[in-house]
Design a protein around this ligand. Sequence first.
Ligand SMILES: NC(=O)C1=CN([C@@H]2O[C@H](COP(=O)(O)OP(=O)(O)OC[C@H]3O[C@@H](n4cnc5c(N)ncnc54)[C@H](OP(=O)(O)O)[C@@H]3O)[C@@H](O)[C@H]2O)C=CC1
Ligand SMILES: CC(=O)N[C@@H](CCC(=O)OP(=O)(O)O)C(=O)O
Length: 355
Amino acid sequence: MVFSSTQTALNQAKSSATDVTIRAAVFGAAGYAGAELLQILHKNPYFRTSHAFVSERTEASHLGQLYPRLQPLSQPLTVWQDEQLSAVAKDTDVAFLALPHEVSLTLAPKLLAAGLKVFDLSGAFRLQDASQYPSYYGFAHQHPDLLTQALYALSEWTTITTEQRLFAIPGCYPTASALALLPLTRADYLAPQSTPVINAVSGVSGAGRKASADTSFCEVSLKPYGIFTHRHRPEIEQTLAHEVVFTPHLGAFKRGILTTVSVSLRAGVSADQVAQAFQQAYADKPLIRLFQHPPCIDDVAGTPYADVFWQQQGQQLIVVVAIDNLLKGAAAQAMQIANRSYALAETAGLLEPLL
Ligand SMILES: NC(=O)C1=CN([C@@H]2O[C@H](COP(=O)(O)OP(=O)(O)OC[C@H]3O[C@@H](n4cnc5c(N)ncnc54)[C@H](OP(=O)(O)O)[C@@H]3O)[C@@H](O)[C@H]2O)C=CC1
Ligand SMILES: CC(=O)N[C@@H](CCC(=O)OP(=O)(O)O)C(=O)O
């Protein structure tokens, strides 16, 4: 059974017609997350795509050449060059960066200086502690000042103001993990000295479109990777202010993440208290669906939802969250945050079917 109301959310998104038009440029438009963003922007009545930028490696001049199903968008692609910055600043209000971390790190300051709002889908601005970047991202952070300006925007848990200029959109695994755990950590329900154990399985689109033997379909089985070293562990710990054990796995399917979290609860925390914590956190959140049965990848793939389930036995609790890594874990959450940063309905552009 679903507790939150999809219909309410749909009506919210379809609320009053508007003359607001926010002009958005997508960088990394040829990639998986960029292509999702372009579809979502196309459906959002408040936004218009001003540019879809690719690197010089992309020879296609239209999105439909790369993704034939997206032909109906009639979306031209333009090779980005820094010399275009001042012209783009005149016809664009916001930039969505669906780029590698290092590329976002270099580009975002230029776009901010030119007056654009920036929604960065990479990890370039997610960690507050610059000293973590060399070990977890493999580079020294060149703009530590921006780490203090960036807002880490996990939509259901973050206050968004219209003045904010730089948004760090959370990672895919951290989104699912934090949605599972924040109702418990904020209520102080975890047993003292206990460490939540997070096991998550992602489809191969999580690795992006670029070819790699490790993520080619015939090579992928179900196996863990990044044990104790994945860059999402410090991100999850930063959000929760709590240590975790995090083990990502790669599965042989295209899209989606299933995250199973095991926690020990403080003595005396009851099933009713746990249910209340999840209800209070999410009952009025249009993109969270609370389930009484374990969620599955197929039900969230291609949707902007996070499906949440929990089951308690004594002081042990299992929480399961399923999301689409490219949507709630990337492009849809970026759109949700962008909508909120203009005080618009947060689901605008998100509930109509994707192409
Ligand atoms: N995939 C996922 O599930 C998620 C991804 N993210 C993040 O979103 C971002 C994009 O990911 P994703 O779409 O999967 O990746 P892709 O590899 O599919 O796309 C990345 C795009 O970045 C562009 N790019 C690469 N190098 C450069 C460069 N030097 N200069 C300019 N453009 C460049 C490429 O453009 P071109 O093809 O034109 O060369 C490519 O299309 C990453 O930071 C990723 O970490 C976040 C959450 C989930
Ligand atoms: C399956 C796979 O490879 N997943 C990626 C995570 C997805 C991603 O792009 O990372 P961000 O959310 O940090 O941007 C990985 O483990 O590196």
